[in-house]
Write a protein that binds this ligand. Structure first.
Ligand SMILES: NC(=O)c1ccc[n+]([C@@H]2O[C@H](COP(=O)([O-])OP(=O)(O)OC[C@H]3O[C@@H](n4cnc5c(N)ncnc54)[C@H](OP(=O)(O)O)[C@@H]3O)[C@@H](O)[C@H]2O)c1
Length: 256
């Protein structure tokens, strides 16, 4: 059976994917495209977005270079996309940052910067995509990328953990609020997947420390594709009775 005939088929529905220039967001965009979604690739770096676009062959896509921490620019950008492409079906908010800082040297500014992109940008995107004159009349599907560190603690990552816990809490509230419009809202909490983000945040760690983190995952660290397959599942029109879920995709890290 071809992917297009499966319950994961998107049949040309458009999904906005943030963080599409790198890591998990890039893999999610590629996987969605393979299942027949049109994908809007969002990130700040146009050249890296073009690299992702090149992985999609001729499948329908559009790139949007935008700093999502400029929250006021989000709604007009989404409205312009709708005018160009037609109604939008989904959103995957995978853009995010992590700042590692022990409590003593942490600052409100550092924590706010993480909230701006990890949480507030995603909520503003959700607001813009869910507008009745933007979203497909059938409803839609929103997915946020949280983290295992929204569930368990990580020393030095108070701000990051707080943003990820807040994402999961916001997802539950939105799922209940938007169900009457047939809009589903879910999140994934990934464990360790080596990406640009982990490369940067591990740069200051001893190799032994990184090995311990890897070993804390019973199935070992994951690949971006592992998260991308789960994301495709949750976003797909066929998983129509799943909402408010927070799916651990973590090789067993939080099962222990
Ligand atoms: N990798 C892991 O182990 C792991 C585990 C759990 C959760 N996560 C979460 O998964 C998500 C993706 O992480 P990743 O590992 O794929 O990280 P990554 O490779 O560093 O990618 C981060 C993405 O976010 C985008 N981004 C950051 N700030 C932005 C801004 N102000 N405006 C627009 N885009 C912005 C970046 O695009 P540009 O730089 O091009 O703008 C990039 O595409 C994050 O939310 C992260 O917290 C990752």
């Amino acid at each position: 059976m071809s992917p297009d005939a499966s319950f994961l088929a998107f049949d040309g529905r458009w999904v906005v994917v943030t963080g599409a220039s790198s890591g998990l967001g890039r893999a999610i965009a590629v996987e969605l495209s393979r299942h027949g979604a049109g994908v809007v690739l969002v990130g700040r770096d146009a050249a890296r977005l073009a690299d992702t676009a090149a992985l999609l062959d001729d499948a329908p896509h559009r790139t949007l270079a935008l700093d999502l921490t400029g929250l006021e620019a989000i709604a007009p950008a989404i409205a312009a996309l709708k005018n160009e492409l037609g109604p939008l079906y989904g959103l995957c908010h995978a853009a995010g940052i992590v700042q590692t800082r022990p409590l003593a040297s942490n600052t409100v500014e550092l924590m706010r910067a993480q909230f701006d992109i990890n949480l507030y940008a995603g909520l503003e995107l959700a607001r813009a995509v869910c507008r009745r004159d933007v979203m497909t009349p059938e409803g839609g599907s929103l997915l946020f990328i949280s983290s295992v560190y929204g569930r368990v603690g990580m020393p030095g990552q108070t701000g990051y953990c707080a943003t990820k816990g807040a994402v999961a809490a916001a997802v539950r509230a939105l799922a209940v609020e938007l169900a009457r419009r047939n809009v589903r809202v879910n999140c994934i909490s990934p464990g360790l997947v080596h990406t640009e983000m982990t490369k940067q945040s591990f740069a200051r760690l001893a190799p032994e420390h990184v090995r311990k983190l890897e070993e804390a995952h019973p199935l070992g660290p994951g690949q971006p594709e592992d998260v991308a397959r789960a994301a495709t599942f949750l976003l797909a029109p066929g998983t129509r009775w799943i909402t408010g879920a927070d799916l651990a995709v973590d090789g067993g890290f939080t099962a222990q």
